[in-house]
Design a protein around this ligand. Structure first.
Ligand SMILES: [Zn+2]
Length: 502
């Protein structure tokens, strides 16, 4: 009887201790959410295989692939899970509906941000809820700050195309930090620059001014990289100009701003998007894709550095919103062999090549090549172009097989002269909306290395989730993308259950 009584009291004491730890475990003060747009397991494996080759190993050897220096920060995290990415009415989501899922915990339609699929109700994001808790909030993207993914953390709009409306909502958030790309629609109908100034925001757009925040942190800052080649997005990481900050450098600045005064004593929430992983996926350029993957993972490294100084109070979650391009590890022409060393010869992105090499070359050559010469082997006699293929993509034209030469010739004719002997359907399949010669060059280089592409759009495969730090264990398992917002809100100690109406 006495033994039974003491066992009961021990059990009771254990139960109380468990309840106390469950109920009173302090929520992590510092929460990082990293989102690789268009990043799934393929992009992760391709990047690690590329790093293996860059670091002097072979992408065919397990002993090399497993070396720590050839692994990404994210894939070394102790917790991993897998999430489904479909949206309310599509197996293949877009970035607006997936970001709404991560940010607000609700399934919606492609194109819709922070609202339900009938576009009549707006929802709060985890960033807004963190702000209501008194945390500082930061939003970073390598594409424009009014693009779909960052927008879901502060805006509600029925269409992601309403970018001026999105920027207006951004200027009214009161968030402490925005950084990376610029604004795509800042002036009409509303002058958002004026609104930002009226709301007390400082807009910085030189490297020196942005880096000044490292030693002189201020709240309410919009830190925009000086060089934005198109759509107010940062250049691809492999094209990074000296004047710009990398995604990792911007993330480091954001950490300094948000952690100043310990985030008003309440910590912070920081969302970081690697947005052009997706754009390179759409364009089927593996090396540009991998370059932005490395840049994104280096930004994760900045959060890990912060974590090591605050291990009990920091949570880092890293995931993607969907796969882009139907990228595969392996190709019909290479079977079980990988030749990643072939990728090392590419020196710029397709975007940079197109703007700075192809367009000037075409301007020079088109009058002579097109017209009466059409139909002959124009590319084989264009030695300047053959030279460009070698210097920019590391592609030796003379070592290509006849099928690849024929594909290049068709693409060259289409790009140079606007016509070739393919059917319309064949051209759509081969080039989608991309410049035929440019996308054909990356296709051939990528397939020679053993990387395939099956789409110019998003695909529906589940996407890995990685986590490290306080409460990271919540991210084990197989769950839906909406569960990520719900888990983050619960972990941050938000009492209501998502989705929460605005
Ligand atoms: Zn996309």
């Amino acid at each position: 009887m006495k033994l039974r009584k003491s066992l009961t009291s021990i059990a009771f004491a254990c139960l109380m201790a468990f309840m106390a730890s469950a109920a009173y475990a302090a929520p992590p003060k510092y929460v990082f959410f990293f989102l690789g747009d268009g990043m799934s397991s393929t992009q992760i494996q391709a990047t690690e295989a590329y790093l293996t080759q860059v670091n002097g190993g072979s992408a065919q050897e397990a002993a090399d692939l497993l070396l720590p220096q050839n692994r990404l920060n994210m894939s070394k995290m102790p917790v991993a899970g897998l999430q489904t990415t479909f949206d309310a009415h599509a197996l293949m989501t877009d970035s607006a509906s997936s970001a709404t899922a991560f940010a607000c915990g609700i399934k919606t339609l492609s194109g819709v941000i922070g609202m339900n699929d009938t576009k009549d109700t707006s929802y709060k994001s985890v960033a807004q809820l963190a702000k209501e808790q008194g945390k500082k909030v930061g939003v970073i993207s390598s594409v424009s700050l009014d693009h779909a993914t960052p927008a879901a953390y502060y805006a509600s709009v029925p269409s992601r195309g309403n970018m001026n409306d999105i920027c207006v909502q951004m200027a009214n958030t009161g968030y402490e930090f925005f950084g990376g790309g610029g604004l795509a629609k800042p002036t009409a109908p509303t002058d958002v620059w004026a609104l930002l100034a009226a709301n007390g925001y400082e807009v910085l757009n030189t490297k020196a001014d942005i880096e000044d925040l490292l030693t002189n942190p201020r709240d309410k800052v919009v830190a925009i990289n000086p060089v934005l080649p198109g759509s107010a997005a940062m250049p691809y990481a492999i094209d990074k100009p000296e004047e710009n900050l990398s995604l990792a450098e911007i993330t480091n600045v954001a950490i300094k701003v948000l952690s100043a005064n310990d985030g008003h004593g309440r910590g912070f929430f920081l969302m970081v998007e690697g947005g052009k992983i997706d754009w390179a996926g759409h364009a089927n350029d593996a090396v540009a894709n991998i370059g932005d993957m490395i840049d994104f993972d280096n930004a994760v490294g900045m959060a890990l550095e912060f974590y090591r100084a605050h291990p009990r109070d920091t949570l880092i979650v890293v995931t993607g919103d969907h796969e882009t391009g139907g990228m595969t590890i392996g190709h019909a022409t290479t079977g079980y062999k990988a030749y990643y060393e072939k990728l090392l010869g590419q020196t710029k992105s397709y975007e940079n090549f197109q703007a700075n090499d192809w367009v000037p070359h075409k301007t020079l050559m088109a009058p002579g090549v097109c017209g009466s010469h059409l139909g002959v082997d124009n590319l084989a006699t264009d030695s300047a172009m053959i030279n460009l293929m070698q210097t920019v993509f590391g592609l030796d034209y003379y070592s290509l097989n006849d099928y690849q030469k024929e594909k290049l010739e068709d693409a060259y004719d289409k790009s140079m002269c606007g016509t070739n002997d393919n059917s319309g359907a064949e051209n759509t399949f081969l080039y989608s909306g991309y410049e035929p010669i440019v996308v054909t060059l990356t296709h051939i280089l990528n397939e020679n290395a053993s990387i395939g592409w099956t789409s110019y759009s998003h695909t529906g495969v589940p996407v890995p989730v990685f986590a490290q730090g306080a409460e990271a264990r919540n991210f084990y398992g197989f769950y839906d993308n909406t569960d990520i917002a719900k888990k983050l809100a619960r972990i941050m100690g938000i009492k209501q259950t998502l989705p929460i109406v605005k």
